[in-house]
Design a binder for this molecule. Structure first.
Ligand code: NAD
Ligand code: UDX
Length: 481
């Protein structure tokens, strides 16, 4: 029986290994982590992450050929194939701070593999890493090898949160990079055979190591670039009376462009896009390519601009002051169908509103009060370190309250900001919400969830990203002076 061990039981390691276990009953899969609480949650009825379909997959295989454990060394030493799916956050200090990937967790995993291994191993980079990381890992492993042969593969993960199980069941492609040596090719073949249990062969792409590593950074940069492109156009739509939904539809009809990932929003969030683009920028700078670095930096600049111009819209439409006013925030997760708040645009928007002294009442169907308070108290980039290394109980921001009901959050509010596109926000009784709000009542839709005309009929003043402006907003400044 082939044995797989995955180091890192997070958003990638957990679902990916659960699907491998489901699709490959003859493989034993162990997912290990240094976080005791995370592993305990994987072994309980309350999984540590919310992902549609995940619970069902885990229930089918857990205890059969899928195991979650903190016994990292034992499972690593027994495995034939070791996936490394640990955090690769942005460095917060020292050389490359604010841009470069922090490979501390990766390196400590590699050193541990070298320490405990007694037989040949295939080590698979599942984490997103800077191009050429495999070379560094190879050095750590071979310099400590005690005669053991290690083959390093790059097998980046392309799943998106909220659709992880769907994406893993039916991936657009699986990418495997390896050394172009007989041993390298053999290792690539061994991993290919795992995926071939359910992925059609023509969707399994093999490349050299560096192409696989770089493809992951490039794919995320391209996706984020599309969002920044449509968000840049959304600002021009508001200035001219064009409608971004109509523009995106017309543009996306060109088969060379395609319709996906053209939804204007308050900005992209999530644990990957910003981190991976910053990483790409740093690699370009280190390779003497400042023009290329500046090109990609612009994707992040537009994203920051989109979030700050949203806050400016809120403040300027409400007579330039929101001090002491209750603002309801509907949605805190970085996208629908996940409880993940890493780099969610809601953090920057809420901080902007708090900066103007608003009182915020937040409702999100999947995010807890504790998580929201942590996020609002945390320094930039601190979030992407293992949970147990994060500050334990930050002082709660007292101007922020968290409710478990959209109607409660909006009661008595002057304005409502929609920051996540949860389906339930489309179906709310907005007439009832209007009745219980201060007047004039404002809705700022950062996700184009509501029909602005219907809400205007109720009496709301409505701002929707990239849509023709409400007459009320026409004379208000659109960007901060
Ligand atoms: P995560 O924070 O959810 O999980 C990482 C886990 O690794 C944590 O539970 C942490 O405790 C554990 N860990 C860290 N160091 C360890 C060590 N030395 N030994 C054992 N466990 C250790 O992160 P994630 O979202 O799963 O992302 C992991 C990697 O995958 C990152 O490189 C990320 O960029 C990449 N990625 C993420 C996504 C996504 O949607 N989240 C998608 C594709 C790729
Ligand atoms: C992303 C990549 O899609 C995935 O392939 C990679 O493996 C990890 O990073 P993820 O961050 O989970 O996945 O979600 P994604 O669906 O890409 O959304 C990222 C952010 O962009 C979200 O905040 C989302 O709301 C936003 N977005 C997405 C838009 O604002 N407009 C769009 O059209 C699409």
């Amino acid at each position: 029986m082939v044995k797989i061990c995955c180091i890192g039981a997070g958003y990638v390691g957990g679902p990916t290994m659960a699907v491998i276990a489901l699709k490959c009953p003859s493989i034993e899969v162990a997912v290990v982590d240094i976080s005791v609480t995370r592993i305990a949650a994987w072994n309980s009825d309350q999984l540590p992450i919310y992902e549609p379909g995940l619970e069902d997959v885990v229930k089918q295989c857990r205890g059969r050929n899928l195991f979650f454990s903190t016994d990292v060394e034992e499972h690593v030493s027994e495995a034939d194939i070791i996936f490394v799916s640990v955090n690769t956050p942005t460095k917060t200090r020292g050389l490359g701070a604010g841009k470069a990937a922090d490979l501390t967790y990766w390196e400590s995993a590699a050193r541990m593999i070298a320490d405990v291994s007694k037989s040949n191993k295939i080590v698979v980079e599942k984490s997103t890493v800077p191009v050429k990381t495999a070379e560094a890992i190879e050095k750590i492993l071979t310099h400590n090898s005690k005669g053991i042969n290690y083959q390093i593969l790059s097998n980046p993960e392309f799943l998106a949160e909220g659709t992880a199980i769907e994406d893993l069941f039916n991936p657009d492609r699986v990418l495997i990079g390896g050394r172009e040596t007989p041993e390298g090719r053999k290792a690539v073949q061994a991993l290919k055979e795992v995926y071939a249990n359910w992925v059609p062969e023509d969707r399994i792409i093999t490349t050299n190591l560096w192409s696989a590593e770089l493809s992951k950074l490039a794919a995320n940069a391209f996706l984020a670039q599309r969002i920044s492109s449509v968000n840049a156009i959304s600002a021009l739509c508001e200035a001219t009376g064009a409608n971004v939904a109509e523009v995106a539809f017309a543009v996306g009809k060109d088969t060379r462009i395609g319709p996906k990932f053209l939804n204007a929003s308050v900005g992209f969030g999530g644990s990957c896009f910003q981190k991976d683009i910053l990483n790409l920028v740093y690699i370009c700078e280190c390779n003497g390519l400042p023009e290329v670095a500046n090109y990609w930096k612009q994707v992040i600049k537009i994203n920051d601009y989109q979030k700050s111009r949203f806050v400016t819209r809120v403040v300027s439409s409400m007579f330039n002051t929101i001090a002491g006013k209750k603002i309801a925030v509907l949605g805190f997760a970085f996208k629908k169908d996940t409880g993940d708040t890493r780099e969610t645009p809601a953090i920057d928007v809420c901080k902007g509103l708090l900066g103007d002294k608003a009182k915020i009442s937040i409702y999100d169907p999947q995010v807890t009060e504790d998580q929201i308070q942590r996020d609002l108290a945390m320094n930039k980039f601190d979030w992407d370190h293992p949970l147990h290394l994060q500050p334990m109980s930050p002082t709660a921001v007292k101007e922020v309250s968290v409710t478990w009901d959209a109607y409660e959050a909006t009661r008595g509010a002057h304005g409502v900001c929609i920051l996540t596109e949860w389906d339930e926000f489309r179906k709310l009784d907005y007439a009832k919400i209007y009745e219980n709000m201060q007047k004039p009542a404002f809705v700022f839709d950062g996700r184009n969830v509501v029909d602005p005309e219907k809400l205007r009929e109720i009496g709301f003043i409505v701002y929707s990203i990239g849509k023709p402006l409400d007459p009320w907003l026409k004379d208000m400044p659109a960007v901060a002076a």
